[in-house]
Design a protein around this ligand. Structure first.
Ligand code: ATP
Length: 328
C-alpha cells in the first residue's frame, strides 16, 4: 500500500531545549512552504498537540530566528502524551486540521513518543535529533551539542586563568545526565587532567595518586571535568572527596549549569539544523516515514524511529586514552 500524500505538516520542539532548534524550525517551515505544503507550529511539545495549541505558520513567522537560542515554539515535557487517551486527543486535534505529517525536534524520549504515535495512528512522524547531550545513535552530531560544548570550553578557559593565578585545582561540572560527550569534548579541548563520565568508571584512588604526584612536581593547576551524571555523583561529590584526600590542595568546584543550553547556535549547529530540517520535509513528501534524520560522515542518514530510540552512541576508548596521555 503506498503512503498517503502529505499536504499539511506540523512541527514541534520537545524535551530539553537546544541551541539550533530555531534554525531547524525555520528550515522545516520554509521547505514545506517551498513545496506547496501548509505548515503548522505546535507550542510546548506534545502538550500543544493535546491542548490544541496549533497555529499556521508562514515564511515570515520564522524570519530572524536562525541566530537565536531556545525555541520560538517553546518546549516542554508532557505527562499526558504517555497515556493512550492523551495521544488520542492529540491525534483528533491534528486530524480536524487534516494535518498528515509531523516533524518532532527533540531527544530520544521525544522519539519514543513519536514512535508510539506513528504506530497507533495514520500520521507519519520524522524525528530530528535536537539535544545538547549527543546521546543518540544514527548521527555524528545532534542539534545543540556543538554550541553547548563551545560554551563549556569558553567557560573552562576562563576558569583555567583564575586557577593558574592561584595555583588551584578546579572541579568543573558540565551537563550530561546520562551521557559524557559534553565532558569528553570540552575536557579534551581545555586540557583537563581527568574527565569523569557516566560511561566509564573512574578509579578515584588512581586520580588521587596522580594529583599527589603532580603536587610533588609543582604542577599545581589542574582541571577535572565531571559530567553531572557521573557515577561518582557529580562535581560537588568529586570536590568533597578530593578536599578530604588532598588537604593541602586549594580545591574549588564550579557547576556550569544552564548557561550550556542558551546562547546563539554555532555555525555547525545552524548548518546541521538547516540540512536536517530540509530533509525532514523531503522525507515526508517522498514517503520515507517514521525515521530520524541524522548526518553521518557528512551524509544524510535515515534511522527508523524504532532503532533510534534503542541505540546509543558509544564513547571511543581511544579518546579516553588520549585524555590520559595528554594530561601527564
Ligand atoms: P532530552 O534529551 O533533552 O531529555 P528528550 O526528548 O529525551 O529530550 P524526554 O523528557 O525524555 O526528553 O521526552 C520528552 C517527551 O516525549 C515526554 O515528556 C513525553 O511527552 C514524550 N515521551 C517520552 N517517552 C515517551 C513514551 N515512552 N511514550 C509516549 N511519550 C513519550
Amino acid at each position: 500500500m503506498s503512503a498517503k500524500k502529505v499536504t499539511k505538516i506540523a512541527v514541534l520542539t520537545s524535551g530539553g531545549d537546544a541551541p539550533g532548534m530555531n534554525a531547524a524550525i525555520r528550515a522545516v517551515v520554509r521547505t514545506g512552504i517551498y513545496n506547496g505544503l501548509e505548515v503548522f507550529g505546535v507550542t510546548r511539545g506534545y502538550n500543544g498537540m493535546i491542548e490544541d495549541d496549533i497555529f499556521e505558520m508562514d515564511s515570515k513567522s520564522v524570519a530572524n530566528i536562525i541566530q537565536r537560542g531556545g525555541t520560538i515554539l517553546k518546549t516542554a515535557r508532557s505527562k499526558d502524551f504517555f497515556t493512550p487517551e492523551g495521544r488520542q486527543i492529540a491525534y483528533d486535534n491534528l486530524k480536524k486540521r487534516d494535518i498528515n505529517g509531523i516533524v518532532v525536534i527533540g531527544g530520544d524520549g521525544s522519539f519514543k513518543g513519536a514512535q508510539k504515535f506513528s504506530n497507533e495512528f495514520d500520521i507519519p512522524c520524522i524525528g530530528l535529533p535536537g539535544t545538547i547531550d549527543k546521546d543518540i545513535a544514527g548521527s555524528d552530531f545532534t542539534i545543540g551539542f556543538d554550541t553547548a560544548v563551545n560554551t563549556a570550553v569558553e567557560a573552562i578557559d576562563k576558569i583555567r586563568d583564575t586557577a593558574d593565578a592561584h595555583d588551584r585545582l578546579f572541579v568543573v561540572e558540565v551537563m550530561g545526565r546520562d551521557a559524557g560527550y559534553i565532558a569528553l569534548h570540552s575536557g579534551i579541548a581545555t586540557g583537563a587532567e581527568n574527565i569523569l563520565i557516566p560511561e566509564s568508571k573512574t578509579d578515584m584512588e588512581a586520580l588521587v595518586r596522580a594529583l599527589t604526584e603532580k603536587e610533588k612536581r609543582k604542577k599545581l593547576v589542574n582541571l577535572i571535568v565531571v559530567a553531572e551524571g557521573d557515577e561518582f555523583g557529580g562535581g560537588n561529590h568529586v570536590g568533597d572527596f578530593l578536599k578530604q584526600r588532598l588537604p593541602n590542595a586549594d580545591i574549588r568546584v564550579c557547576i556550569l549549569g544552564h548557561i550550556q543550553r542558551g546562547g546563539a547556535p554555532s555555525c555547525l549547529d545552524r548548518l546541521i539544523a538547516s540540512r536536517m530540517g530540509y530533509h525532514a520535509v523531503e522525507c515526508l513528501i517522498n514517503g520515507t516515514h517514521n525515521v530520524m534524520v541524522g548526518i553521518e560522515d557528512n551524509k544524510m542518514k535515515y534511522t527508523p524511529l524504532d532503532n533510534a530510540v534503542k541505540a546509543k552512541q558509544k564513547i571511543s576508548e581511544e579518546w579516553l586514552k588520549i585524555v590520559k596521555i595528554l594530561a601527564s
